[in-house]
Design a protein around this ligand. Sequence first.
Ligand code: AMP
Ligand code: MG
Length: 505
Amino acid sequence: MTSPCFAEKPDIPATLSLEELGFDNIYTSLPRGFYSCHQPEPLSGQHLIHFNEAAAECIHLDPAQGERPDFLEMLTTPGQWPGTRPIAMCYAGHQFGQFVPRLGDGRALLLGQVRTACNHRWDLHLKGSGLTLYSRQGDGKAVLRSSIREYLASAALHGLGIPTTLALMLSGSSEEVYRETIETGAMILRLAPSHIRFGTFEYYYYQRRFDDLALLGEFVVDHYFGELRHQPEPYLRLLETVVNSTARLIAQWQSVGFCHGVMNSDNMSIHGLTIDYGPFGFMDQYRSGHVCNHSDHLGRYAFDRQPGIGLFNLGCLAQALLPLLDEVPGQAVEKATEVLETYEPAFNRYRLDRKRAKLGLRTEQEGDEALYDDLLGLMEAGNADFTNTFRWLSEPDPLRKDLPNPLGSSRLSENWLSRYTTRLEGDGADPVVRSQQMKAVNPKYILRNYMAEMAIRAARDDHDFDEIGRLMNLLKNPFDEQPGNHRYAVDSPDWSAGLAVSCSS
Ligand code: AMP
Ligand code: MG
């Protein structure tokens, strides 16, 4: 069994019905202390808003299943979907730097794992499905606003080729849910190889339940990292693997101006996936210290701090793995430290690769990083749009000169452009080929906050879900020109700067 990956195109046609999906439910092979059993609670007046065919393909589910009148009923009515065995997983985590000993799925259920004919296993995870043992003071619900944002954002990252959970469907309801104002409840069903988080390991470590920790480690290696099973020190290799995939993920986020709003260790996937979209944000104008979460008063998760926070979270994971790394505590710490020390160079390598690719550089030269960083400095000083500046730079030279220059015409920007031109001349690539390659890494379309907000307002105020469908189509191919969609590729309107996105969801 290999871990599935959204990037792989399944070569088996998507023809299965909900009843024909083969369920495996492997998490329930772990002892009861790892989860609690619950049934989903359907929402009153629930209705399907969108069905994501790209996600359905992964599990070979026939997209026509989304048109079944009983589709939502199957997903949300206790006992209705054969093969599912809904559970809430428990985990802990460092939230804004503070350890919280018990979190867990407070409003989500793992319905089970689908095992596909290509021998891949996918978690089906229903979010917004009601109270569980881990709901604490929460109501077990998710609101339409944040569900739309998660649904669109996961599709956007998927389109950009960045590892993420991916939602199969979005549903709304008429059920009132109380946040700062009265909103309505919603659900998404998301897919991922697993929903195991750094915080899942922390849960057992901090309770000193080292036997359970060992069971979890064994489970993770056996089911998701089978290639490590027969290597010496499999848990150290596991840590190494997660360090590497996390470094790569964060370098990818940074390369498209994506900010995760709540980078707590319970929101970090052991598969290096983007998970738990709350107050995320794609940057409009470049700000190195951009904070996308209005509730993050100290800017802990500011854009330029996210790489360092990645290391903090990996430190939390490493700490929790210590008992599995070596019987002698000092040795375990030494081994973990050595692996953690690989994070920064790995991240820097991935980031520099991205920087060169974004600038269209094939060869490597000493000053490349400074060239990129100076461009960011210019953008910040001139309030230039991050995405549109890189897309403008991706145009081949004579064409670019006819387009408005997002960097303005200051002496500094002229100087930078002439440095860049000289560097490109030394790189020797054909300008048309280079432009194509740059356009394949510098997206034309991202999910700007105002775009999600427009879709939310239409859905909430007018029951109009068309914009969600339009954005889902748009974000599938963010690097393509998409001539009918240029309106989404201009700088964000001024009012979007006033949008505040918080933890409330
Ligand atoms: P999040 O910030 O969405 O990643 O959630 C952090 C923790 O709070 C997780 O354990 C969630 O399951 C839980 N949680 C968030 N919102 C709710 C809610 N409305 N009801 C119950 N639990 C919640
Ligand atoms: Mg979370």
